[in-house]
Ligand binder design. Structure first.
Ligand code: SAH
Length: 246
């Protein structure tokens, strides 16, 4: 899978990628990450990429021309994996389902990071295929958002995670939050691990985990339960059983 990231700060993206899971995925050639400098095709002594907004207002806006030029130069020479997404607070909300969708694009995809006050609207209208947001917050640039997306997608690419199963059992995998996890020691400062996890009874452990995932999701994220169409009879029963003392 190839992923191209266009940014004014290639070293931010490259640096994180080197020091993370992405680094290994890259050396093992599972992900071909190509970080591009948005200034690469910018002209003039200062290779300027931004200008003040028409209509007035604070800050600077990334100009259409250098962004089109940077993307089109790659398209011409190496081909560009599409879809190309602009990172933007106004984009479609990135979530686990979107991560799964992106991970299924064998040819990969591309990301374009904005900065300053944002990007000339003609980039959104005529250069990219869509816009993605990582949440209802405003970051100073698209780089951290691009890394959120890269990391979430990378761990879904087969072979990137050590244990192939570990991505399947996690939060959001089936529309639920994950059950609580514990490791040694079984008693820490007087706080004990639930008995069932020490029982060695895999069936009981599985039922307990499922019930905990349901209970936690119902308590913290009722919207997720609603989105999956409520609880089945079997799930309601599991929850009632869990509420009873052992
Ligand atoms: N003035 C803009 C914010 C610009 S922030 C507004 O009010 O909408 C500068 C850049 O950071 C954006 O162009 C975008 O690329 C990136 N960015 C900021 N917040 C983001 C978010 N929640 N998701 C994805 N990208 C974001």
């Amino acid at each position: 899978m190839r992923v191209d990231v266009f940014t004014l700060f290639p070293e931010l993206v490259d640096g994180f990628a080197r020091g993370s899971l992405l680094g290994r995925a890259r050396t093992e050639s599972r992900i071909d990450l190509r970080v591009r400098d948005l200034r690469a095709e910018a002209h003039g002594a200062h290779r300027s990429v931004d200008d003040s907004p028409f209509g007035g207002g604070a800050g600077m806006v990334l100009m259409a021309e250098p962004l089109f030029d940077a993307v089109e130069a790659v398209q011409r020479t190496e081909g560009l994996p599409r879809p190309l997404f602009l990172l933007s607070p106004g984009g479609q909300r990135f979530d686990q389902a979107k991560a799964q969708e992106l991970a299924s694009f064998d040819e990969g995809f591309s990301l374009l990071c904005g900065r300053y006050e944002g990007v000339d609207q003609r980039v959104a209208d005529h250069l990219v295929d869509g816009e993605l947001s990582v949440g209802d917050v405003v970051l100073s640039g698209g780089e951290v958002a691009a890394l959120v997306i890269l990391e979430a997608v990378a761990r879904l690419v087969p072979g990137v995670l050590g244990n192939a199963e570990s991505a399947e059992d996690e939060s959001f995998a089936d529309g639920l939050l994950e059950y609580p996890q514990y490791t040694r020691p079984s008693t820490f400062r007087g706080w004990v691990v639930p008995d069932v996890l020490l029982s060695g009874d895999h069936g009981r452990v599985a039922r307990w985990r499922r019930a905990k995932a349901l209970a936690r999701t119902q308590e913290r994220r009722p919207d997720l339960i609603e989105a999956r169409g409520g609880l089945s009879d079997e799930e309601t029963k599991l929850l009632t059983e869990l509420a009873e003392p052992d």
